[in-house]
Ligand binder design. Structure first.
Ligand SMILES: NC(=O)c1ccc[n+]([C@@H]2O[C@H](COP(=O)([O-])OP(=O)(O)OC[C@H]3O[C@@H](n4cnc5c(N)ncnc54)[C@H](O)[C@@H]3O)[C@@H](O)[C@H]2O)c1
Ligand SMILES: O=P(O)(O)OC[C@H](O)CO
Length: 344
């Protein structure tokens, strides 16, 4: 069997951080991976008068989305999506969830038959009463086995090698071990679990909880209130998974980084939290705050709150998830933020 050829699909804040790890690790495990080139698909744009791909390929740094972090020289920016995945057998999906569908439209029928994939995207796909995790969507649409990685992983901290953990929910143990080799470093510990849905859903739903935590910060209610939001949020995450995805594993919530640890880091330090605090304090809509505060990076939590609202409404189960619903009502329907804790 030939060596695995990696391609990274997405080059934002997390995509660039993970490209740094992967670019180094293919060299460390050159018996398994082709270490000559790790293509990273870049949605082309100009930055400071140059093409972003040109900056990445000459300065080995994504100056817009992950400044001051050097990427290994084998990480090569490619503006054409189909070109980026040509010949790749290990596909890493890591773009804001709102762009996945369009990418899959372009990739259908274009990936290697023996490829496998992993998604690092946090979100869910909803159509009325139907809900899907993205690992299943990618698997279905591209015909490749797709695992999921999620955890307490603020990209800027991982990128500068601060100790962190993450969880891979694998399809097969062998694939889990491959992804572990691609991402693990002495300071980025990759745990494996046979729970693609649990890992994926924790990553998506914690973003709703992080928005609620940001509202609490905006209201200046203090740490007891924030801890209560984290506890209630984690419980709603667990009930949701168990109600709608029967095979999720209990361990994913408390024993894995994808569960409780990601709730904590996101409620303390994430972008969803930060913008939700500003939503309360600056009284501006989220799309404006995203533009003002994130320099092109994207919020996931408010969109996931809307997706989950659509799904729960279609299933007539809104009443069972009051925190998720309050976040939706406040973010999208003008409910006063002071109502957040009422009835919880
Ligand atoms: N940043 C983090 O700390 C972090 C950590 C773990 C997981 N995640 C998850 O990883 C996923 C990707 O996040 P990120 O931080 O890499 O992205 P990001 O928030 O930095 O978003 C910017 C990216 O979106 C791309 N983009 C903008 N418009 C686009 C378009 N029309 N079509 C396609 N791409 C477009 C940009 O080119 C850029 O690559 C998200 O689901 C996020 O929740 C992020
Ligand atoms: O910055 P956020 O809120 O998108 O969260 C980033 C990561 O998901 C934290 O694990």
């Amino acid at each position: 069997m030939g060596k695995e050829k990696v391609a990274i699909i997405g080059s934002g804040n997390w995509g660039s951080a993970i490209a740094k790890l992967a670019g180094n690790n293919v060299k460390k495990h050159s018996d398994i991976f082709d270490d000559s080139k790790v293509p990273i698909w870049v949605f082309e744009e100009d930055f400071e008068g140059k093409k972003l791909t040109e900056i990445i390929n000459t300065e080995h740094e994504n100056k817009k989305y992950l400044p001051d972090v050097k990427l290994s020289e084998n990480v090569v920016a490619v503006p054409d999506l189909v070109e980026a995945v040509k010949g790749a057998t290990a596909l890493v999906f890591v773009m804001p969830h709102q762009f996945l569908d369009k990418c899959l439209d372009q990739l259908e029928g274009k990936v290697e038959k023996n490829a496998k994939a992993i998604t690092l995207i946090k979100g869910v796909g909803v159509e009325g009463p139907d809900i899907h995790v993205f690992a299943d969507v990618i698997q279905e649409r591209l015909g490749v086995s797709c695992s999921a990685l999620s955890g307490a992983n603020i990209a800027n901290e991982v990128a500068i090698d601060r100790f962190s953990e993450t969880t891979v929910g694998y399809r097969t143990e062998e694939e889990g071990q491959l992804w572990q080799k691609l991402f693990q470093t002495p300071n980025f510990k990759v745990q494996l679990i046979d729970d693609v849905a649990g890992v994926s859903l924790c990553g998506a739903l914690k973003n709703i909880v992080a928005v609620a935590a940001g509202f609490i910060d905006g209201l200046e209610y203090g740490n007891n209130s924030k801890a209560a939001i984290m506890r209630i949020g984690l419980l709603e995450m667990k009930y949701f998974c168990q109600e709608f995805f029967k095979d999720v594993k209990e361990e994913s919530f408390l024993q894995e980084s994808a569960g409780v640890a990601d709730v904590i880091t996101s409620c303390l330090g994430g972008r969803n939290r930060k913008c939700a605090e500003a939503f309360v304090k600056q009284k501006k809509p989220f799309d404006e705050l995203e533009k003002d505060m994130l320099n092109g990076q994207k919020l996931q939590g408010i969109h996931t709150a809307k997706d989950v609202h659509i799904f729960l409404k279609a299933r007539d189960r809104l009443g069972a998830y009051p925190l998720f619903d309050k976040v939706y009502q406040i973010s999208w329907e003008g409910l006063p933020v002071e109502k957040l804790t009422e009835g919880l």
